[in-house]
Write a protein that binds this ligand. Structure first.
Ligand code: SF4
Ligand SMILES: [Zn+2]
Length: 471
């Protein structure tokens, strides 16, 4: 920790400001660039790690006018920079894929409807989520326009595949079950449109999960899953890193409501929940993120009604806090090795566990060294279908050593330890360290490990690369 300054608060208590985490340092930068340092000790929020009389901010101080309020204010500012307009008659996206479901691996039609967007995002919203930037201005889309989007999706499906997909997954840039986004009339019409399919997945925040909103699907014979973006089982991380307002108990309550619908319907129609988790929200180190995911997968899988856990590695989306952190060098998306690690460590849970690393291999998406990303992604896709961790044993790369080092050495006040890859003139790639000290330490450690593996030439290559980086 570095003491950055000592300021006098309004009640004359000297306050030491520490550079203690990426989050706090980033907040200080924002504040200090726009205004003088606040004169009220409370306003410093996370920044204040110690005062002479209060070793830690108390919970009340922590939440009042800050915490989520502060995150939301920043998120609103960032989102206000968006200027692109979208046609409400076109879905945001539509594609055909394969998915692992309780019925086995089936063809899926995934639809992202263009709506007025998530109401939580309009208040500010989650630190990593840029979906609201893709929604229609004005807050709502009428029934006919929603159904025009569905028609476009059906046309796409007809051209992309011979048979209608067994599984239909419908998302919005928010909550499908929020009637401000999708009216009851549209929900019922969509259920009828897809009544000939086997299974439907709709995504929603837990608040809107209610049996009356699910019965239109079960009434037409559709097995129905509600996907809930719970992100993590740890409330503190969900609140402070993701800026998502609800608690894990709300997720459990929503799953209980889903189970209730399941008992109300005939035995051959399944009703269940899918948990969406977020690997590596901002402000966590790589190892904290992995630990949190392993624990979260377990707790979600233990929740009645939750048959599938889908782990989404964070990618850097426009108009988000994560994007701003990324631009300032304060965030690196997770390693693909972290994804495989979590999948391997949770194979014993009683649920399907899958992951779809969007943007894999790019700097803004989950990535390794650039050489092995495609192979690791293929192994993850293979695991999604077969749930067999042996697929990961067939992929190796030297960068796994670097990743192990990051797990060991990255700390919250000096992250990301390693941010990106750079291509050198001779086309060789090397992981570039954000801080020179980290670079040296990590490389020496890598070299030592290789040395112990009797691969001295590789060790000396590493060191040559490091020194060429400094020249
Ligand atoms: S992650 Fe979900 S709840 Fe959070 S802002 Fe995005 S759509 Fe809204
Ligand atoms: Zn690699």
């Amino acid at each position: 920790m570095v003491v950055m300054d000592t300021v006098q608060s309004s009640n004359s208590v000297p306050v030491s400001v520490f550079r203690c985490t990426t989050e706090s340092y980033w907040k200080l930068e924002r504040w200090s660039s726009s205004t003088d340092l606040p004169d009220d000790a409370d306003i410093l929020n996370h920044l204040i790690c110690t005062t002479m009389s209060h070793p830690h901010p108390n919970p009340e101080v922590y939440e009042r006018g800050r915490g989520m309020d502060a995150h939301n204010q920043v998120m609103r500012e960032i989102r206000g920079e968006k200027d692109k307009q979208y046609d409400p008659n076109e879905p945001t996206r539509v594609w055909i894929d394969k998915d692992n479901t309780p019925d086995g691996v089936v063809t899926s039609l995934t639809i992202i409807l263009n709506t007025g967007g998530c109401r939580w995002a309009r208040a500010g919203g989650c630190t990593m989520c840029g979906y609201v930037a893709e929604s229609v201005d004005g807050g709502s889309v009428d029934h006919d326009t929603v159904m025009n989007q569905i028609d476009v999706c059906l046309e796409h499906e007809a051209t992309a595949t011979d048979e209608p997909a067994d599984l239909v997954k419908i998302y919005t840039s928010g909550s499908f079950l929020d009637e401000r986004e999708i009216s009851a009339e549209s929900r019922i019409a969509i259920a009828e449109t897809f009544a000939d399919r086997n299974r439907i997945v709709v995504e929603s925040l837990p608040d809107f999960v209610d049996h009356t909103k699910l019965t239109p699907f079960t009434d037409v014979g559709l097995a129905t899953d509600v996907a809930i973006g719970v992100e993590t089982a740890t409330d503190r991380i969900r609140h402070d890193c993701v800026n998502k307002y609800f608690d894990f108990t709300d997720f459990q309550d929503a799953c209980a409501e889903v189970c209730r619908v399941d008992t109300m319907t005939s035995e051959d129609i399944d009703v269940g929940a899918k948990a969406y988790l977020l690997l590596k929200p901002p402000f966590l180190t790589e190892s904290e993120a992995v630990d949190d995911m392993v624990e979260s997968v377990r707790r979600c899988a233990d929740t009645d009604g939750c048959h599938t856990v889908s782990m989404n590695p964070t990618n850097v989306q426009r108009y988000t806090m994560v994007d701003e952190l990324f631009d300032k060098g304060g965030y690196r998306p997770p390693w693909l090795w972290s994804v495989t690690e979590v999948l391997e460590l949770t194979t014993d849970v009683d649920a399907i566990v899958v992951s779809d690393p969007v943007g894999h291999g790019s700097d803004r998406g989950p990535h390794n060294c650039g050489e092995c990303d495609e192979r690791v992604q293929t192994a993850i896709k293979d695991f999604n279908r077969r749930q067999n961790p042996s697929v990961f044993r067939q992929v190796e790369c030297a960068c796994e050593t670097t990743w192990s080092y990051v797990l060991e050495a990255e700390s919250s006040y000096a992250q990301p330890l390693i941010r990106w890859q750079c291509a050198f003139e001779d086309s060789e790639r090397i992981d570039c360290m954000i801080s020179s000290l980290s670079l040296l330490t990590a490389s020496i450690s890598m070299s030592q490990q290789r040395h112990t593996n009797h691969d001295q030439s590789a060790a000396s290559e590493d060191l040559q690369r490091v020194s060429s980086y400094y020249r």
